[in-house]
Design a protein around this ligand. Sequence first.
Ligand SMILES: NC(=O)c1ccc[n+]([C@@H]2O[C@H](COP(=O)([O-])OP(=O)(O)OC[C@H]3O[C@@H](n4cnc5c(N)ncnc54)[C@H](OP(=O)(O)O)[C@@H]3O)[C@@H](O)[C@H]2O)c1
Length: 285
Amino acid sequence: MNSPVPDIRLNDGHTIPQVGFGVFQVPPPETREAVATALEVGYRHIDTAQMYQNEEGVGAAIAGSGLDRGDIFITSKLSNAAHRPDDARTAFDESLKALGTDYIDLFLIHWPLPTRYDGDFVQTWRTLEEFHRDGRARSIGVSNFTPHQLRRLFEETEVRPAVNQIEVHPYLTNDQTRAFDREHEIATEAYSPIAQNQVLTDPTVEAIARQVDRTPAQVVLRWHIQLGNVVIPKSKTPSRVRENFALFDFDLDEASMAMISDLDRGENGRIGGHPDTMDWIPRRS
Ligand SMILES: NC(=O)c1ccc[n+]([C@@H]2O[C@H](COP(=O)([O-])OP(=O)(O)OC[C@H]3O[C@@H](n4cnc5c(N)ncnc54)[C@H](OP(=O)(O)O)[C@@H]3O)[C@@H](O)[C@H]2O)c1
């Protein structure tokens, strides 16, 4: 099948499909079916994490899909509980096992946790560099990093992150970090791209949706695509999984793009944690 989804070139030469399927808050027993639906619809990029505890379901869906492993792009992320190098090595092995694969396309530090582990996310990054060097992580990147945290990695380590996965949606456009990423050839992945559906009843979004005869979710996701963001919407609802993938047969004009960007509420629009203060560590199971 020819995918309608463009590939984005990463700074390490690999590519990532611009639309992926996120599985945050998909309960482990439901993950296999949700991912199987996404693969049937045509998604070829799945975004999971050790902390979501559903990597096994992702692996089972891929194994049962009949697709070649090489045709699917898998992202996972290091648990906040595993930043120390030895823990990170063990955790990475566990991810490979749960996913049933011998490599991960993209492995991210989930959170920088600057107030934990003596603020030493640099040593954690060096451990991800090992996985990259031995080929088991084709690309490595970060999530929830601010420009000052990225600058520290540039100064103290060798491999530049390929990706920064951050919260971006019309209520938190995160312009500064996106501009910094762009300037340093780091691809921005937008998480919670439809603001966990909070932005779908916004009157501006609804009006544009009526104008272009698409749903509010499609309008917001299309806004991301035209900005150049990688998007990873999540849904457990098959009709929405399909809807969120149908983004390539319409365009938003400049005025609509600007009206959506103007919905930005800055920090007031943030749903998740802030990179400078997030310090949650799950108990190791
Ligand atoms: N790196 C990080 O720290 C981080 C943090 C958060 C998320 N993420 C990643 O980003 C992915 C997406 O973010 P997210 O899950 O927070 O939020 P999201 O994708 O913005 O929104 C998901 C919510 O919107 C609903 N929804 C989805 N499509 C819809 C549609 N077409 N119409 C109406 N409602 C719709 C879903 O409901 P149903 O499921 O009930 O259909 C769910 O409640 C995650 O799954 C995860 O992979 C990463």
